[in-house]
Ligand binder design. Sequence first.
Ligand code: OMP
Length: 276
Amino acid sequence: MKYIDKLEKTSKKNNSLLCIGLDSDYHKLPRFLLDNRYPQFAFNKAIIDATYDLVAAYKPNSAFYEVQGEHGILQLKMTCEYIRAKYRFIPVILDAKRGDIGESNDRYDRFAFEYLGVDAITLHPYLGSEALEPFLKHADKMCYILCRTSNAGAGEFQDLKTGNIPLYQVVAKHISDSWNKNKNCGLVVGATYAREIKIVRKLAPSLQLLIPGVGAQGGDLKKAVQYAMDKSGEGFVINASRSIIFASNDEDFAKRAREEALKLRDQINYFRKGGK
Ligand code: OMP
């Protein structure tokens, strides 16, 4: 099933445009889980089982698994397989921010879509569409391409003018106009730059947006939602990681994650409906 169809089905069913980031830092896990042979997986499983009916998608960030070596990568795979087996309509976005020459991208592509079996991936645009072709060729997957990132230093390159136009705007328009032949391109735009979300939405009226930066990074949820909506009031997911998954690091961590997820899902919906 295509990413976009999974996303639509799950977001409708759960009335949700919330993506939970599974940035399951080993050193932040509840201590009582550390006896477990697969503590990151045990943590993710508990979070997923507590929130599956509140989300549109999950987004594990590969860094938090790679840093644990092969055991971490195994637990990333176990997490992806668990979601696919138990909640088969919930799409999984691998946050890996890949982007190399085509030959190397082909291997990154197989790691993501064959080995892990995820539905979407985050990518850098810097090497151009020719290099990203191994990803872009999959009409059933989603390529979320970095456009305006959420970090403080995002503007160093992204605001540079090409002619009179900031680079991030060139990226947004170019991807919308030229890269999206398979209708599988999306853009990553941080909630910490609400004004830029508004501009990106104008330049790319029909692209899916992945919006991180609310919660721990302090992005403006209301503006992010209002500016990200497409004509149908959808067309985006809001990601939160730490503020949900590490709401507690005690026995009640999954329950507290559910409470935070519920609150954020409902806030997103409130702002979608024009709430002030
Ligand atoms: P929290 O700040 O804990 O909610 O996590 C944000 C997640 O989104 C992390 O996995 C980041 O790597 C990711 N992210 C950003 O924070 N900013 C970006 O501009 C892009 C991403 C991303 O591609 O998801």
